[in-house]
Ligand binder design. Structure first.
Ligand SMILES: NC(=O)c1ccc[n+]([C@@H]2O[C@H](COP(=O)([O-])OP(=O)(O)OC[C@H]3O[C@@H](n4cnc5c(N)ncnc54)[C@H](O)[C@@H]3O)[C@@H](O)[C@H]2O)c1
Length: 284
């Protein structure tokens, strides 16, 4: 017994939340629209105290510049095609000049040509496979290598995965590229760990972004998600962004080489449950 009068709610002690990313300088790729997972990550990172620099790609660059204005603090946007080493080097040079050091990098980049997706697995030509692999998997190494000297001990590299431990309908060579991205994550974790740098990937559930729209029959992937995921799934990028913030923060200082699922628990279920969602949990 606490001696509290019955029925009066206990006062919660006032605790100040630490500003998780205070003073951290982050390079964030992959903001194209305000539905981009990277946009949600940039917003959440700024809300947690980080300083952010964005990169934009090709024809989307002007869109990225426009969307950047919708963030809590408008960040600068640098041009970068991750497949052009000179542009990645230029970004590394700009980061060095501006900050001299870097605490985190978000790789939110993927692309596969149309004939590498959609159920054409047996017929996809190597040229299309190569583009998918280079842009969606090799690019993690291509982005990080020129930044290694800038990344401070405690630095964190995060990428975005669609769980590639299994085969999916439609996802084809993007699925194979994501499996490679998971492997690149582990090898970078091996090589950068001794420098105090962590490398992890976040396996997000399906979210309707421009990249998702490029996957013909995306609904076949996304449809069953809300039913199978024990927590449900509404395609909000917010929870994915918050996990990225955790991975940028010192709270995750002993986590590296990891695939963290942010998918409502879909990955852990063998099949869909009987139609019980919405009913009260069993008593007892
Ligand atoms: N949307 C989903 O359902 C989902 C689920 C799991 C993982 N992901 C992954 O999240 C990441 C971000 O995608 P998104 O869904 O936010 O879509 P998005 O379309 O908003 O972002 C994709 C980004 O990739 C960039 N990009 C493509 N080619 C590039 C290149 N050569 N150089 C530099 N940038 C390039 C585009 O400019 C764009 O900003 C991707 O890796 C994607 O595979 C998405």
């Amino acid at each position: 017994m606490t001696g509290r009068p019955p029925g009066r709610p206990q006062q919660r002690p006032v605790t100040l939340l630490p500003v998780l990313l205070e003073g951290k300088k982050l390079l964030i790729t992959g903001v194209l629209t305000d539905r981009s997972i990277a946009f949600a990550a940039a917003r959440s990172a700024q809300e947690h105290g980080a300083e952010v620099l964005l990169t934009g790609f090709g024809k989307g660059l002007s869109l990225t510049r426009r969307i950047a204005r919708r963030l809590p603090q408008e960040p600068d946007v640098l041009e970068m095609d991750v497949n052009e080493p000179a542009q990645v080097d230029a970004v590394a040079g700009a980061v060095r000049e501006r900050w001299g050091t870097l605490d985190g990098v978000l790789h939110a980049i993927a692309y596969a040509p149309p004939d590498a997706l959609g159920g054409n697995f047996l017929n996809t030509p190597w040229d299309s496979v190569r583009v998918a692999f280079q842009t969606s998997a090799y690019s993690l190494k291509a982005l990080v290598a020129p930044l290694v000297d800038l990344l401070a001990p405690g630095g964190s590299v995060v990428s975005l995965d669609f769980d590639a431990r299994v085969a999916w309908p439609i996802y084809d060579w993007m699925g194979v590229s994501k499996a490679a991205l998971e492997a690149v994550t582990r090898y970078l974790a091996r090589d950068l760990g001794p420098h105090g740098i962590r490398v992890n990937t976040v396996g997000a559930g399906p979210i309707r972004t421009i990249a998702a729209r490029g996957i013909p029959g995306f609904d076949e992937l996304a449809g069953p998600w809300a039913r199978r995921a024990p927590l449900g799934w509404d395609g909000d990028p917010g929870p994915v962004a918050d996990t990225i913030v955790f991975l940028f923060s010192d709270l995750s200082r002993a986590v590296t080489g990891e695939l963290i699922h942010v998918d409502g628990g879909f990955h852990a279920m063998g099949t869909e449950p009987p139609a019980t969602r919405g009913e009260s949990p069993p008593e007892g």
